[in-house]
Design a protein around this ligand. Structure first.
Ligand code: SF4
Length: 474
């Protein structure tokens, strides 16, 4: 979500006439778009900010802007800790970045944070901001912002506010426009994509006047003989996956408690929807899941994974797991290991619990786990996850995989990298340069726990660049 916000900030600044540079010393404007999900990111940010002080001393005209969810959380504190910052803005007013930059040039430093309760519930303007895409062939689309859940460890509801879904028609139109620009892969973003549209119904129900009756009658959403008041995420996934010209649709993240059969069915029957499911587990202990307020238990979670694997052929499953949540005992942790082994993840993001100020879990200090025990548990979990990742990858050796070429590998420029539909990286050597965004086939020859090595079989399609021809009135 933050990376996509960075693309929007870049898009707005470039549209205002600024040019991008990769050299920090050359920049007249530096924007740090921050994340506060983990303590580590907080600390890193203040380190980066400290390093920029010298640049500002050398070039007093340099403008330093700080946005994102850490800015939303820390607000005035940022300027208190770093007087060389010119603008602080939050997650709800990134569309104001150009105005705030101009204002700071005229009037000096400015902190402008919009609180979640101040935002309009109609977020339809969200999609019309210019975007400077990092990859020409792939785009992110935010379908919903904020979150209505209250996971004890999570700061997102505080900094991103309640769930607000973007209108269905706007999303389909935006996706069609992006695809006609040459994008072949779209990732739908939301904190809890499966509850997409729930807030639309609530809003309509609370309206005293207006088209409520007509919309609540559900003219668009027939549901087994009845009418449904709102589109479901499955409707959106199917509609976007059916746009002519789109090759891949991904989404992140579904919440296990709201991940329903209809989404699995759409994934199975819509060829463009990729065979990859990221389903955050967080803990394999029912006791800890309840304490986290996650709203599901282990057996429901595993049932969903087994069902999805049964219905969607060749599905890759990934997850997030937190180690050392307050009160986690050895028994709880062993249950997590057992679930990780049973789920046979293709890969997992594993995190050590980090208390975020203002969350319920940060108050559970009496139950904080011993850091040495947590580090040891973290390594044990990593071993289980890497082992299942390696096994899953070894099963792919000898197979031909469809990839989209992402460019030269970061570590070795003579090696190209492509991504499979299951979101796996394949590195392969190629004498000729293959344009980024090409669709190709690679045969897997070697597996490791994190990536695959392959040989190029053929290039199926090179990217279609759109050439805009100005229309002149005569
Ligand atoms: S579902 Fe839970 S973890 Fe995810 S954003 Fe919402 S509160 Fe945070």
């Amino acid at each position: 979500m933050n990376e996509h916000d960075s693309e929007r900030i870049s898009g707005l600044l470039e549209e205002s006439g600024l040019q991008r540079t990769s050299e920090l010393d050359e920049a007249n404007v530096i924007v740090l778009n921050t994340c506060c999900i983990r303590e580590n990111a907080d600390n890193k940010f203040y380190g980066h900010l400290g390093n920029l002080k010298q640049l500002k001393e050398q070039n007093p005209d340099l403008k330093i802007l700080v946005g994102g969810c850490l800015a939303q959380k820390d607000q005035d504190q940022i300027r208190e800790r770093a007087k060389h910052v010119d603008v602080v803005f939050g997650t709800h007013n990134l569309n104001r970045v150009v105005d705030l930059l101009d204002l700071s040039k005229k009037n000096g430093p400015i902190v402008e944070i919009v609180e979640p309760f101040e935002i309009e519930s109609d977020s339809s303007s969200y999609g019309v901001l210019p975007v400077r895409r990092e990859l020409e062939y792939a785009a992110w689309m935010t379908i919903q912002s904020g979150c209505d859940n209250s996971c004890a460890f999570c700061i997102v509801p505080q900094v991103r506010g309640p769930e607000v879904s973007r209108p269905f028609e706007d999303l389909v139109q935006e996706a069609s426009r992006i695809v006609s620009d040459g994008v072949i892969e779209i990732t739908l973003l939301g904190q809890n994509v499966n509850s997409y549209g729930r807030d639309i119904t609530t809003r309509l129900r609370s309206q005293e006047e207006g088209p409520k009756d007509q919309i609540l009658a559900g003219p668009h959403w027939p549901d087994q003989g009845r009418r449904r008041a709102r589109p479901l995420f499955a409707n959106l996934l199917q509609e976007i996956g059916s746009i002519p010209g789109i090759s891949r649709v991904r989404f992140t993240s579904p919440h296990p408690k709201d991940f329903k059969r209809e989404v699995i069915d759409v994934m199975a029957k819509t060829p463009a929807v990729c065979e990859h499911l990221h389903l955050p587990l967080q803990s394999g202990s029912d006791r800890i899941l309840a304490s986290m307020h996650r709203g599901y238990n282990v057996s429901k979670y595993l049932e969903r994974i087994h069902e999805a694997r049964r219905i969607i052929p060749d599905l890759a499953v990934t997850t997030d797991i937190i180690v050392g949540f307050p009160g986690e005992t050895e028994k709880d942790f062993e249950e997590t290991l057992a679930v990780a082994a049973e789920a046979e993840y293709d890969s997992a993001y594993t995190f050590v619990f980090s208390p975020r100020p203002g969350t319920e879990a940060s108050e559970m200090t009496a139950d904080f786990c011993n850091p040495d025990i947590v580090s040891e548990r973290y390594e044990r979990l990593r071993t289980v996850v890497l082992r299942s990742g390696l096994r899953k990858h070894q099963e792919r050796v000898g197979r031909n995989e469809e990839i989209i070429v992402e460019g030269p590998s970061k570590k070795n420029a003579s090696v190209m990298t492509g991504r499979t539909r299951q979101n796996k990286l394949i590195h392969f050597e190629s004498e000729k340069k293959i344009p980024i965004g090409s669709v190709a086939v690679a045969q897997v020859v070697e597996a490791s726990s994190r990536y695959l090595r392959g040989e190029l079989v053929e290039v199926l399609e090179t990217p279609k660049r759109k050439m805009r021809i100005p229309v002149v009135a005569v």
